[in-house]
Write a protein that binds this ligand. Structure first.
Ligand code: VG1
Ligand code: CO
Length: 544
């Protein structure tokens, strides 16, 4: 059978955002849309010709169709081998693991992460490089530029591959291996964490937990690792079956969308531990009994306790956090005598630091935590890390975090999201803030004195590349901060994110409600950015 060349005309607006190309399913279903983008990848990434590609997704609507198209295009573009997860399933961190383990030239992951799925919802496509991490800006810019000029793509007229049967199939000259999406990843987790200790914790009687897979990709991973290998009781994994529409929910592990799980951890009969992951398995939420661990605190706690897990017993080389993530990890790095890097939002900025062994752990406020074991954030990894800590320290989640605050001080932290606001108004609001920057230093806001104010720019310490305009940062004496940035992952209008943090060293003052502790700064942020006047929104849509 032969490869066909199909002529095409490029579509506008295919610029990938924070995390790949993310659009409504209907946009991807337009004739040639997916094909244009995929051909732009093959045209600009010559390594795939003659090489190996890893392919899978989070199981959302259109996942299987997209995989069949990409397989036929890979065959027509000279790829020698494709490793595809059974059922078209590969979590983002598992894809990263597989790329690294089999030294593939890269991977294509089909996911819109925590965005809802279904015919009227979102779809996405992400490109990872041979190191296993998200493609850096240089690569995505090249793909984008090519997708705007593209006039033909290559595809075979072969039939579809059975994605549900393990084993090899030939597609023209290319070999497709349908592989177990869980096995390699689970083996990696067994090397990093003390499975015996966690197994004993589960068997000690009295320890009660649930993991909410939110009908997304982590179901099979969590069932295999937690229930089959670690012996957690059947039913520990909730919503464990991946569904094309995620059961109608948002597969977003936060207090709002995982509210059933949150409820199970509350009150007299509350569980000791609750955790959840997102659509593609790279995010995590950690809950204790009546206790929510902010992702920023989670990174700091893991950094301070890393030596308790076998994979990190030699200590950590350094840590990195995205700019809007709270500065809790900075204090731990300080005490450990290692560097803490501040990077722009998006996992791709951690890749060089990890490859150069400048850091071991990294994280984002948006429920993302990870390490040098793969080049993506990793939801289940964070859950296992916490379970390892609980098994070794034999303390509750709340006690571990409260002790951490006593030792390092507490960074009160919140994020306020204004979703689907008018894109022009959001840009104008950011321009307005940029105009103010020069005048802010030494001014007083919310009773605090401004130490610095800038539009965050990052120079990669490894390759010297510069990322500008990464968000407005206003820092105060004493460590408080206000940060404003626009989301790069939305599919409707603009989303304004406002991040607010203050530092409280005094343990006697660690018990305040978060929104109360931050109230003066929240008000200052709203006034300074004229949020209500410019967006018509008096209150944020989501408070985390
Ligand atoms: C959001 C988060 C960011 C994260 C990105 C991708 O981006 O804020 O921290 O890296 O999602 O995560 P934005 O631009 O909307 O703020 V995922 O789980 O979609 O791969
Ligand atoms: Co995700």
């Amino acid at each position: 059978m032969a490869a066909t060349e199909v002529s095409t005309t490029p579509f506008d607006g295919q610029k990938p955002g924070t995390s790949g190309l993310r659009k409504k399913v209907r946009v991807f279903q337009q004739p040639h849309y997916l094909e244009n983008f995929v051909q732009a990848i093959f045209d600009t990434q010559p390594g795939f010709r003659g090489g190996t590609l890893v392919l899978g997704g989070d199981g959302r609507f259109y996942n299987r169709e997209a995989i069949q198209t990409i397989l036929r295009m890979a065959a027509a573009n000279g790829v020698v081998k494709v490793l595809v997860g059974r059922g078209g399933i590969l979590s983002t961190p598992a894809a990263s693991c597989v790329i690294r383990k089999y030294q593939a030239q890269g991977g294509i992951i089909l996911s819109a992460s925590h965005n809802p799925g279904g015919p009227d919802q979102d779809f996405g496509i992400k490109l990872n490089t041979d190191a296993g991490g998200p493609a850096p800006a240089g690569v995505t810019d090249a793909v984008f530029a090519r997708s705007r000029r593209i006039d033909r793509y290559r595809i075979t007229d072969t039939g579809s591959v059975d994605l549900d049967a393990l084993g090899n199939t030939a597609l023209d000259d290319m070999s497709v291996e349908v592989m177990d999406p869980v096995a390699d990843y689970a083996a990696l987790m067994e090397r990093l964490f003390d499975f015996n200790a966690i197994h004993q914790l589960f068997n000690s009687g009295g320890f009660r937990m649930r993991f909410d897979a939110m009908h997304a990709v982590t179901g099979p991973y969590a069932t295999e690792i937690l229930e089959n290998r670690l012996g957690a009781e059947p039913g520990t994994v909730m919503n464990g079956m991946p569904l094309p529409d995620f059961g109608g929910g948002h597969p977003d592990p936060n207090l709002l969308h995982a509210r059933d799980l949150v409820a199970l951890t509350q009150g007299l009969t509350g569980l000791d531990f609750g955790a959840a992951s997102d659509g593609d398995g790279d995010r995590n939420m950690i809950l204790g009994k009546d206790f929510f661990v902010t992702p920023s605190d989670s990174l700091a706690v893991l950094a301070a306790n890393a030596h308790l897990a076998p994979g990190y017993k030699a200590g950590i080389a350094g840590v990195a956090r995205s700019m809007p993530t709270s500065q809790a990890a900075d204090r731990v790095a300080d005490e450990l005598g290692v560097e803490c890097y501040e990077t722009p939002t998006g996992w791709k900025f951690f890749g060089n630091l990890l490859d150069a062994r400048k850091i071991t752990l990294c994280g984002e406020e948006s429920f993302g935590t990870g390490s040098d074991h793969v080049r993506e954030k990793d939801g289940l990894w964070a859950v296992l890390f916490w379970l390892n800590l609980l098994a070794v320290r034999r303390q509750s989640v709340g006690d571990i975090v409260r002790e951490h605050w006593q030792r390092f001080g507490r960074n009160y932290y919140t994020r306020h999201d204004y979703e689907a606001v008018d894109a022009g108004a959001a840009e104008a609001l950011m321009d307005h803030l940029r105009m103010l920057l020069g005048d802010l230093p030494d001014k007083r806001l919310g009773g605090l004195s401004v130490a610095y104010a800038d539009d965050f720019s990052y120079t990669d310490p490894v390759d010297g590349s510069v990322a500008e305009g990464q968000g407005i940062r206003i820092g105060f004496d004493g460590g408080s901060r206000i940060v404003f940035r626009l989301s790069g992952t939305g599919t409707r209008g603009a989303t304004l994110r406002v991040y607010i943090e203050c530092y409280e060293p005094d343990p006697a003052r660690h018990g305040q409600p978060v929104q109360e502790a931050l109230a003066p700064l929240i008000l200052s942020a709203r006034e300074l950015a004229q949020i209500e006047a410019r967006t018509g929104r008096a209150e944020p849509d989501v408070i985390t």
